[in-house]
Design a protein around this ligand. Structure first.
Ligand SMILES: Nc1ncnc2c1ncn2[C@@H]1O[C@H](COP(=O)(O)OP(=O)(O)OP(=O)(O)O)[C@@H](O)[C@H]1O
Length: 267
Protein backbone atom coordinates (compact mmCIF):
# COMPACT_ATOMS: atom_id res chain seq x y z
CA UNK A 1 0.00 0.00 0.00
CA UNK A 2 1.21 3.49 -0.89
CA UNK A 3 -0.16 6.04 1.59
CA UNK A 4 0.00 9.81 1.65
CA UNK A 5 -1.04 10.90 5.10
CA UNK A 6 -1.87 14.54 5.97
CA UNK A 7 0.74 15.94 3.60
CA UNK A 8 1.40 19.69 3.51
CA UNK A 9 3.99 21.27 1.21
CA UNK A 10 5.07 24.90 1.28
CA UNK A 11 7.10 26.98 -1.18
CA UNK A 12 9.78 29.38 0.04
CA UNK A 13 7.55 32.32 -0.97
CA UNK A 14 5.08 31.14 1.70
CA UNK A 15 2.52 29.62 -0.70
CA UNK A 16 0.91 26.42 0.62
CA UNK A 17 0.97 24.01 -2.37
CA UNK A 18 -0.49 21.00 -0.53
CA UNK A 19 -2.74 21.32 2.48
CA UNK A 20 -3.22 18.20 4.60
CA UNK A 21 -3.67 15.91 1.58
CA UNK A 22 -4.30 12.20 2.18
CA UNK A 23 -4.90 9.29 -0.17
CA UNK A 24 -3.94 5.64 -0.52
CA UNK A 25 -3.22 3.36 -3.47
CA UNK A 26 -3.30 -0.41 -2.99
CA UNK A 27 -1.83 -2.96 -5.36
CA UNK A 28 -4.49 -4.13 -7.80
CA UNK A 29 -6.24 -0.76 -7.87
CA UNK A 30 -6.18 2.40 -9.96
CA UNK A 31 -6.94 5.59 -8.07
CA UNK A 32 -7.76 8.73 -10.06
CA UNK A 33 -6.71 12.25 -9.13
CA UNK A 34 -8.25 15.23 -10.90
CA UNK A 35 -8.76 18.94 -10.25
CA UNK A 36 -8.12 22.38 -11.69
CA UNK A 37 -4.82 23.26 -13.28
CA UNK A 38 -2.52 24.47 -10.50
CA UNK A 39 -4.45 22.69 -7.73
CA UNK A 40 -1.40 20.70 -6.62
CA UNK A 41 -1.67 17.30 -8.33
CA UNK A 42 1.84 17.25 -9.78
CA UNK A 43 3.24 18.55 -6.49
CA UNK A 44 1.67 15.53 -4.79
CA UNK A 45 3.37 13.15 -7.26
CA UNK A 46 6.70 14.95 -6.93
CA UNK A 47 6.43 14.66 -3.13
CA UNK A 48 5.92 10.89 -3.40
CA UNK A 49 8.89 10.59 -5.78
CA UNK A 50 11.08 12.75 -3.49
CA UNK A 51 11.51 15.16 -6.41
CA UNK A 52 10.10 18.40 -4.99
CA UNK A 53 11.59 21.58 -6.43
CA UNK A 54 14.38 22.97 -4.28
CA UNK A 55 12.35 25.92 -3.09
CA UNK A 56 9.56 23.63 -1.81
CA UNK A 57 9.47 21.44 1.28
CA UNK A 58 7.22 19.05 3.15
CA UNK A 59 6.15 20.76 6.34
CA UNK A 60 3.76 18.10 7.63
CA UNK A 61 2.61 14.54 7.01
CA UNK A 62 4.01 11.17 6.00
CA UNK A 63 4.48 9.12 2.83
CA UNK A 64 4.46 5.39 3.54
CA UNK A 65 5.17 2.58 1.06
CA UNK A 66 4.58 -1.00 2.18
CA UNK A 67 4.85 0.08 5.85
CA UNK A 68 8.09 2.00 5.36
CA UNK A 69 7.98 5.75 5.89
CA UNK A 70 9.85 6.77 2.75
CA UNK A 71 9.55 10.48 3.49
CA UNK A 72 12.16 9.91 6.22
CA UNK A 73 14.71 8.34 3.86
CA UNK A 74 17.74 10.16 2.48
CA UNK A 75 18.05 11.28 -1.16
CA UNK A 76 20.13 8.27 -2.25
CA UNK A 77 17.78 5.67 -0.71
CA UNK A 78 14.84 7.57 -2.13
CA UNK A 79 16.36 7.50 -5.63
CA UNK A 80 16.82 3.72 -5.37
CA UNK A 81 13.06 3.34 -5.01
CA UNK A 82 12.53 5.08 -8.36
CA UNK A 83 11.84 2.67 -11.19
CA UNK A 84 11.64 -0.62 -9.26
CA UNK A 85 9.29 0.34 -6.41
CA UNK A 86 7.72 3.51 -7.75
CA UNK A 87 7.58 4.41 -11.43
CA UNK A 88 6.72 7.86 -12.73
CA UNK A 89 5.21 8.79 -16.10
CA UNK A 90 5.73 12.56 -16.31
CA UNK A 91 3.24 15.01 -17.80
CA UNK A 92 5.78 16.51 -20.16
CA UNK A 93 7.39 13.57 -21.98
CA UNK A 94 10.37 15.72 -23.05
CA UNK A 95 11.46 15.92 -19.41
CA UNK A 96 11.53 12.11 -19.12
CA UNK A 97 14.58 11.70 -21.37
CA UNK A 98 18.04 13.19 -21.75
CA UNK A 99 17.93 15.13 -25.05
CA UNK A 100 21.61 14.35 -25.76
CA UNK A 101 21.29 10.54 -25.69
CA UNK A 102 19.54 8.22 -28.16
CA UNK A 103 16.31 6.66 -26.86
CA UNK A 104 17.63 3.10 -27.31
CA UNK A 105 20.72 3.83 -25.20
CA UNK A 106 18.66 5.44 -22.44
CA UNK A 107 16.16 2.58 -22.31
CA UNK A 108 18.89 -0.08 -22.40
CA UNK A 109 20.91 1.53 -19.61
CA UNK A 110 17.87 2.07 -17.41
CA UNK A 111 16.80 -1.57 -17.70
CA UNK A 112 20.25 -3.12 -17.37
CA UNK A 113 21.03 -1.04 -14.25
CA UNK A 114 17.61 -1.28 -12.58
CA UNK A 115 16.82 -4.91 -13.45
CA UNK A 116 20.38 -6.23 -13.57
CA UNK A 117 19.84 -7.82 -17.00
CA UNK A 118 22.22 -7.99 -19.98
CA UNK A 119 22.15 -5.26 -22.62
CA UNK A 120 20.78 -7.63 -25.27
CA UNK A 121 17.99 -8.82 -22.94
CA UNK A 122 17.24 -5.16 -22.20
CA UNK A 123 17.04 -4.43 -25.96
CA UNK A 124 14.59 -7.31 -26.56
CA UNK A 125 12.42 -6.30 -23.61
CA UNK A 126 12.35 -2.69 -24.81
CA UNK A 127 11.37 -3.71 -28.35
CA UNK A 128 8.57 -5.96 -26.98
CA UNK A 129 7.12 -3.17 -24.81
CA UNK A 130 7.36 -0.56 -27.60
CA UNK A 131 5.41 -2.89 -29.90
CA UNK A 132 2.77 -3.38 -27.18
CA UNK A 133 2.29 0.40 -27.20
CA UNK A 134 1.72 0.46 -30.93
CA UNK A 135 5.21 1.86 -31.66
CA UNK A 136 5.82 -0.53 -34.51
CA UNK A 137 8.73 1.35 -36.04
CA UNK A 138 10.80 0.50 -32.99
CA UNK A 139 14.17 0.21 -34.76
CA UNK A 140 13.98 3.83 -35.90
CA UNK A 141 12.68 4.96 -32.50
CA UNK A 142 15.53 3.31 -30.63
CA UNK A 143 18.05 5.03 -32.94
CA UNK A 144 16.42 8.47 -32.49
CA UNK A 145 17.19 11.33 -30.12
CA UNK A 146 14.19 12.52 -28.05
CA UNK A 147 13.93 15.75 -30.08
CA UNK A 148 13.36 13.71 -33.28
CA UNK A 149 10.17 12.14 -31.90
CA UNK A 150 6.69 13.55 -31.26
CA UNK A 151 5.29 14.26 -27.79
CA UNK A 152 2.81 11.40 -28.14
CA UNK A 153 5.59 8.97 -29.10
CA UNK A 154 7.74 10.04 -26.15
CA UNK A 155 4.79 9.66 -23.83
CA UNK A 156 4.28 6.07 -25.03
CA UNK A 157 8.02 5.34 -24.77
CA UNK A 158 7.93 6.51 -21.12
CA UNK A 159 5.04 4.09 -20.54
CA UNK A 160 6.90 1.26 -22.34
CA UNK A 161 9.89 1.77 -20.06
CA UNK A 162 7.61 1.68 -17.05
CA UNK A 163 6.02 -1.58 -18.20
CA UNK A 164 9.46 -3.12 -18.67
CA UNK A 165 10.53 -2.06 -15.17
CA UNK A 166 7.33 -3.45 -13.59
CA UNK A 167 7.34 -1.20 -10.51
CA UNK A 168 5.04 -1.99 -7.59
CA UNK A 169 3.36 1.41 -7.95
CA UNK A 170 2.95 3.68 -10.98
CA UNK A 171 2.36 7.42 -10.73
CA UNK A 172 1.02 8.60 -14.08
CA UNK A 173 0.75 12.36 -14.66
CA UNK A 174 -1.75 12.96 -17.52
CA UNK A 175 -0.38 9.98 -19.50
CA UNK A 176 -3.04 10.28 -22.22
CA UNK A 177 -2.69 14.05 -22.80
CA UNK A 178 -0.50 13.86 -25.94
CA UNK A 179 -2.21 10.80 -27.48
CA UNK A 180 -4.74 10.46 -30.28
CA UNK A 181 -7.97 8.50 -29.76
CA UNK A 182 -6.61 5.09 -30.88
CA UNK A 183 -3.49 5.30 -28.76
CA UNK A 184 -5.51 6.57 -25.77
CA UNK A 185 -7.59 3.42 -26.01
CA UNK A 186 -4.49 1.20 -26.25
CA UNK A 187 -2.95 2.87 -23.20
CA UNK A 188 -6.20 2.59 -21.23
CA UNK A 189 -6.33 -1.14 -22.02
CA UNK A 190 -2.68 -1.64 -21.03
CA UNK A 191 -3.06 0.20 -17.72
CA UNK A 192 -6.18 -1.80 -16.92
CA UNK A 193 -4.22 -5.02 -17.45
CA UNK A 194 -1.22 -3.67 -15.53
CA UNK A 195 -3.45 -3.07 -12.51
CA UNK A 196 -3.46 -6.83 -11.79
CA UNK A 197 0.06 -6.54 -10.37
CA UNK A 198 0.46 -2.84 -9.65
CA UNK A 199 -1.11 0.04 -7.74
CA UNK A 200 -1.62 3.04 -10.03
CA UNK A 201 -2.23 6.70 -9.22
CA UNK A 202 -3.67 8.19 -12.38
CA UNK A 203 -3.74 11.99 -12.77
CA UNK A 204 -6.08 13.12 -15.49
CA UNK A 205 -8.85 15.40 -16.73
CA UNK A 206 -9.90 12.74 -19.25
CA UNK A 207 -13.39 11.69 -18.11
CA UNK A 208 -13.48 8.60 -20.35
CA UNK A 209 -10.14 7.31 -19.08
CA UNK A 210 -10.99 8.11 -15.44
CA UNK A 211 -14.35 6.32 -15.79
CA UNK A 212 -12.86 3.30 -17.54
CA UNK A 213 -9.92 2.85 -15.17
CA UNK A 214 -10.56 4.18 -11.69
CA UNK A 215 -12.75 2.74 -8.94
CA UNK A 216 -12.24 5.92 -6.92
CA UNK A 217 -11.38 9.42 -8.05
CA UNK A 218 -10.03 12.13 -5.71
CA UNK A 219 -10.65 15.79 -6.54
CA UNK A 220 -8.07 18.39 -5.54
CA UNK A 221 -8.68 22.13 -5.11
CA UNK A 222 -6.10 24.61 -3.81
CA UNK A 223 -3.87 21.81 -2.49
CA UNK A 224 -6.70 20.05 -0.61
CA UNK A 225 -8.57 16.86 -1.41
CA UNK A 226 -12.12 18.18 -1.50
CA UNK A 227 -14.18 15.30 -2.80
CA UNK A 228 -13.93 11.55 -3.47
CA UNK A 229 -16.11 9.04 -5.30
CA UNK A 230 -16.59 7.08 -8.48
CA UNK A 231 -16.35 9.20 -11.64
CA UNK A 232 -20.02 8.45 -12.25
CA UNK A 233 -20.98 9.81 -8.82
CA UNK A 234 -18.76 12.89 -9.18
CA UNK A 235 -20.43 13.71 -12.50
CA UNK A 236 -24.02 12.99 -11.43
CA UNK A 237 -23.93 14.44 -7.90
CA UNK A 238 -20.94 16.81 -7.58
CA UNK A 239 -20.70 18.66 -4.27
CA UNK A 240 -17.81 21.12 -4.51
CA UNK A 241 -17.40 24.12 -6.84
CA UNK A 242 -14.73 22.73 -9.18
CA UNK A 243 -16.44 19.34 -9.46
CA UNK A 244 -19.79 21.02 -10.27
CA UNK A 245 -18.18 23.05 -13.06
CA UNK A 246 -16.27 19.99 -14.34
CA UNK A 247 -19.50 17.94 -14.43
CA UNK A 248 -21.39 20.78 -16.19
CA UNK A 249 -18.61 21.12 -18.82
CA UNK A 250 -18.72 17.36 -19.41
CA UNK A 251 -22.52 17.44 -19.85
CA UNK A 252 -22.15 20.22 -22.44
CA UNK A 253 -19.61 18.16 -24.41
CA UNK A 254 -21.95 15.17 -24.31
CA UNK A 255 -24.91 17.31 -25.46
CA UNK A 256 -22.85 18.81 -28.30
CA UNK A 257 -21.83 15.33 -29.42
CA UNK A 258 -25.45 14.28 -29.28
CA UNK A 259 -26.62 17.26 -31.36
CA UNK A 260 -23.81 16.67 -33.86
CA UNK A 261 -24.76 13.00 -34.20
CA UNK A 262 -28.43 13.95 -34.74
CA UNK A 263 -27.42 16.55 -37.30
CA UNK A 264 -25.22 14.03 -39.10
CA UNK A 265 -28.05 11.50 -39.17
CA UNK A 266 -30.49 14.05 -40.60
CA UNK A 267 -28.05 15.50 -43.14
N1 LIG B 1 8.58 25.37 -7.26
C1 LIG B 1 7.48 26.07 -7.06
N2 LIG B 1 7.51 27.23 -6.39
C2 LIG B 1 6.39 27.96 -6.18
N3 LIG B 1 5.16 27.57 -6.57
C3 LIG B 1 5.07 26.42 -7.25
C4 LIG B 1 6.21 25.61 -7.53
N4 LIG B 1 5.80 24.51 -8.21
C5 LIG B 1 4.48 24.63 -8.36
N5 LIG B 1 4.03 25.77 -7.79
C6 LIG B 1 2.64 26.23 -7.72
O1 LIG B 1 1.92 25.26 -7.01
C7 LIG B 1 0.59 25.15 -7.51
C8 LIG B 1 0.33 23.68 -7.84
O2 LIG B 1 1.09 23.30 -9.00
P1 LIG B 1 1.00 21.83 -9.62
O3 LIG B 1 1.92 21.79 -10.77
O4 LIG B 1 1.18 20.86 -8.53
O5 LIG B 1 -0.52 21.83 -10.10
P2 LIG B 1 -1.31 20.75 -10.99
O6 LIG B 1 -2.59 20.52 -10.31
O7 LIG B 1 -0.45 19.59 -11.26
O8 LIG B 1 -1.55 21.57 -12.34
P3 LIG B 1 -1.68 21.01 -13.87
O9 LIG B 1 -2.98 20.26 -13.95
O10 LIG B 1 -1.71 22.27 -14.67
O11 LIG B 1 -0.47 20.19 -14.14
C9 LIG B 1 0.52 26.10 -8.71
O12 LIG B 1 -0.07 27.29 -8.28
C10 LIG B 1 1.96 26.31 -9.08
O13 LIG B 1 2.15 27.58 -9.69
Amino acid sequence: MLKVDGLSVKARNGMLLLDNASLAVASGHIIGLTGASGSGKTTLLKSIMGMLDRNCSMIKGRIVVDNEEISKLGTKERRELCGKTIGFIPQNPMTAFDPRVKIGTQMRETLSIRLGISKSDADSLNAEKLMALNLKDCKRILRSYPGQLSGGMLQRIAVALMLALQPEYILADEPTSALDEDNREILTRILKKQREKTGILFLSHDVDALSALCETVFVMEHGKITETGTMEKLLSAPREKWTREFAAAHRKVEERNFIWTEYELNA
